[in-house]
Ligand binder design. Sequence first.
Ligand SMILES: [Mg+2]
Length: 119
Amino acid sequence: MKTVMLVDDSNSIRNIIKNALVGQYNVVEAENGKDALAKLPGTAVDFFLFDVNMPEMDGITLLGEVRKLPAHKGTPILMLTTETKDELRQKGRELGASGWIVKPFEPDKLIAAMQKLLG
Ligand SMILES: [Mg+2]
């Protein structure tokens, strides 16, 4: 089973996503970018889901940090956001985001986007 690292500061959003992925993916959770980077060593992650607005370290900064890691240059990273500002998307694209999911979303839509990126 592939492992997804789900990074969101909202407990309820993490639970919704986790419930949608259970049985199909192994889910590792983190509360913010800093927490995610701390949990990454020793964890084999196949896919990342990053919220954008988070305390400690936001998802855009986390995206840049994860793309610097040789092991994750090509790992799919989907950004989850309520904002659809072009500026933000442009920044995400430059940093190597694989795609965007706008919240709120249907869990089926998320799973379809993940399956597409995992090929
Ligand atoms: Mg948030």
